[in-house]
Design a protein around this ligand. Sequence first.
Ligand code: TNX
Length: 527
Amino acid sequence: ITWLFALTGSLLFGSCQKSSTLSETGIIPIPNELVNGTGTFDLSPDSGIKLVGQNEKLTHLGEYLANRLRPATGFDLPVSFDQGQIILELTDSSSDESYNLEISENEVKITASGEAGLFYGIQTFLQLFPVELASSSVQSVEWTIQTGSIKDSPEFGYRGAMLDVARHFISVEDVKYFIDQMASYKLNFLHLHLSDDQGWRIEIKSWPKLTEIGGSTEVGGGKGGFYTQEEYEDLVAYAAERFITIVPEIDMPGHTNAALASYGELNPGVNLPDGDFSTVNKKELDYQMPLKNPQASELYTGIEVGWSTFSSDLELTYAFVDSVVREISELTSGPYFHIGGDESHVTEKDDYIYFVERVQDIVSKYGKTSIGWDEIATAKLLPGSVAQFWAKEENAKLAKDQGNQILMSPATKMYLDMQYDSTSRIGLHWAAYIELDSAYLWEPTEFASGISKENILGLEAPLWTETVTNRADIDYLVFPRLAALSEVAWSSKEKRSWESFQKRVVSHGKRWDLTGVGFYKSPKVNW
Ligand code: TNX
């Protein structure tokens, strides 16, 4: 009899079930602990969302979930503290990012001790539904998910992506789109590369020509653009609602042509009165100096790097940096300010070190912690400053030896602007070709010699935009690699498996197709 039951059971399972277990639904990043149940939970027109806890963010989180479920299901999904089969329980207001998700036949319960954890639990829950859930109109689909339970928490506290909005300007709308995509993969830091040789992208009220002149172009000679301070604050708030912290970067002392083209007096060789300018801003200085300086450099729209520099021995440089750091820090809710520091090939070594050390002091004066590309580790780092490893292991080592942490962005694995292979329609390949399996198959704690888990703050995937001009280009380079990298950042080495990822990413591809994300259909996956 037992035998008979087993046989009919497996026959029934084989024929009726679409997605056979919770672990086979395409959750990315893969959770820490997952136990499959044997039943199903159905979302129905009577389903509601019940909030449990004191935290004032609960209502917001409940509404966020309801808004993600309503369009495709067409259900009301009322959010209340009284009833509902989907329970969101927040036990505290901690910064812990872990969550539990329990799915039984009658109810779903997501529990966390912090808002971010609850948000991540919601993201996992949303990934369990048929892909049609991503639709913006009502779909006639059974909204059934598999039962089981998940306990999940991230491997790294900093899980980031970077957009280079300087080489090609990226609109507020496209940045918000990118933020939404990041949120669904549980990424929590968005680094904006706001200045480079080809453009200055954020309004600085005390130095208005930065955007008037420096913001007026981009690679290839397009019209460029910039964020007003209001727009930038709107981005910071939009990201924060999705538990993403924006890290602003002003790249210096190299990569500064847009600033040098805006203000001639920042260029070397200009005669300036001696004195301490650290407390005056540019508007006041304009009374003492000619507005139009003949020595301003030309705007630049090419893609060469490493040829521009601020003057380390010019006091005005630091007055400028002070104003910029002050204004941007006022708009920044997060702890970090990124000072760039890469590829300063025309800055003397001593000047470079002096500059980085002074700029770190300015950043700390405005209450922020400096992050810089790995070269900054050749200077004396302030305690807490972070070196972003992109190319040189010896720099990562220098940071570690000073007791500072490293943000991992190895170009050969994490650079989203690298081509997939020689046929990729855009992208560069100076570091590597990065196919999807290559982006997935590496271990950050074993990548650079001498750099282990405790030295690593987290991971960040940069999208440089020399060859990226629009949303379609972003989509093509970012997806599916960002999904792979999110798993490297969130999931432990023991849990990750390329074979499993190859299968799980298929449903993400379907969702991307459905929502118009023009991702790269990597031949490594059976889409
Ligand atoms: C190197 S990575 C750069 C960027 C370029 C990128 C292109 C780094 C810190 N500097 O200026 O955009 O390569 O891949």
